[in-house]
Design a protein around this ligand. Structure first.
Ligand code: NAI
Length: 331
């Protein structure tokens, strides 16, 4: 039995978390949950959306499954997600994006691995008001973070039989910041002669992704481009409801979907738990519970392929609970 930190989050987080917990239990996952609340709902009681106990729990357990947490726009508290990634130095955000059998989209054969730098860039939160009408935000790029994220991408490519790593930037405009990112990428690429190395500007990448997504393999990007391009890629394979992710550091890993807290459908029993479930399946593989991971994966894909019970984002009319029960039936 392994203890895992579970952050049920807010918005649709608690609904999809309870779905995953139920499926894990019925499938026989050897997991004990250390449930840690975080986010907007606990500020009144604890004075912060990210109490130290959450960080301590992840440091102790080394592995967490996290549902989304809301970040207020414009003002209010800083992002819990960004704070978690920075505090635990979860420097690599790994977001696989592959067509799912049974989900019809405009594209076939999408199989892209997004490796997003997770600790710096414009997400470092270095902003200042110069005067009433002017604000400055700092795009922080370092050699250390750029080198290790590109190494992560190449190591992933080698371990997983991938052929190409493409570094994404806007180095024609952000000459110093993205220029440093590319310099690091070129240096790292020399250490991996067996993997093809390419470069592309982010605007051109977006255009090509919606024209010919099947030609891309592993993409490595600074934080902001990685965030935006991963939502684009989620759209290529059927939407945010099925897009999984993981934040990986040297000491710990936090598995979480790409999507946010979806306040527009909160509490309506229609959120798709697939993205969190797929993130949980990757987590089970990471802690070496591969058999049970495979069992859940097979049941999930069977449920999707049968198309009898699907949530509205996948074209169905079923509830989160019915979809969950159908997966359990298929285990
Ligand atoms: P969102 O990802 O929450 O929602 C975008 C659209 O996708 C909405 O129409 C939503 O209903 C739909 N959607 C998302 N997940 C779904 C699911 N599982 N099933 C069915 N439909 C789903 O993005 P939005 O609205 O921009 O952000 C809402 C909040 O989430 C914000 O406060 C944002 O900061 C936060 N957020 C948190 C993240 C995290 O915790 N890692 C990541 C992204 C956003």
């Amino acid at each position: 039995m392994q203890t895992i930190t579970l952050i049920p989050g807010d918005g649709i987080g608690p609904e999809i978390s309870s779905s995953v917990v139920k499926i894990f239990e019925k499938a026989g996952a050897q997991v004990e949950w250390d449930v840690q609340t975080a986010g907007a709902d606990i500020i009144d009681k604890e004075g912060t959306p990210l109490p130290d106990r959450v960080i301590e729990s992840i440091k102790k357990n080394k592995v967490a499954l996290k549902a989304p947490v809301t970040t207020p726009i414009g003002e209010g508290f800083r992002s819990v997600n960004v704070a978690l990634r920075k505090t635990l130095d979860l420097y690599a955000n790994l977001r696989p994006c592959k067509n799912v059998d049974g989900i019809e989209t405009r594209y076939n054969n999408v199989d892209i691995i997004i490796v997003r730098e997770n600790t710096e860039d414009l997400y470092a939160g270095i902003e200042r008001k110069v005067d009433e009408d002017t604000v400055e935000g700092v795009k922080l790029i370092t050699r250390k973070a750029s080198t290790r994220i590109v190494k992560f991408a190449f190591d992933y490519a080698v371990k997983n039989g991938r052929k190409t790593v493409t570094a994404v930037s806007k180095a024609n405009i952000c000459k110093l910041a993205d220029g440093l990112f590319l310099t690091c990428a070129r240096e790292v690429a020399k250490e991996y002669p067996q993997i093809e190395y390419k470069e592309i500007l982010v605007d051109n990448l977006c255009m090509q992704l919606v024209q010919n997504p099947e030609k891309f393999d592993v993409l490595v990007l600074p934080n902001l481009y990685g965030d935006i391009v991963s939502d684009l890629c989620a759209g290529l394979i059927g939407g945010l409801g099925i897009a999984q992710g993981a934040n990986i550091g040297l000491d710990s890993a936090v598995f979480e979907p790409v999507h946010g807290s979806a306040p527009d459908i909160k509490g309506q029993n229609k959120a798709n738990p697939t993205a969190l479930l797929l993130s949980g399946i990757e987590m089970l593989k990471y802690i070496n519970q591969k058999d049970v991971a495979q069992k859940i994966e097979t049941a999930l894909y069977k449920t999707i392929k049968e198309k009898k019970v699907l949530t509205p984002d996948l074209g169905g009319t079923s509830t989160t609970e019915d979809f969950t029960e159908e997966i359990i039936k298929n285990l």
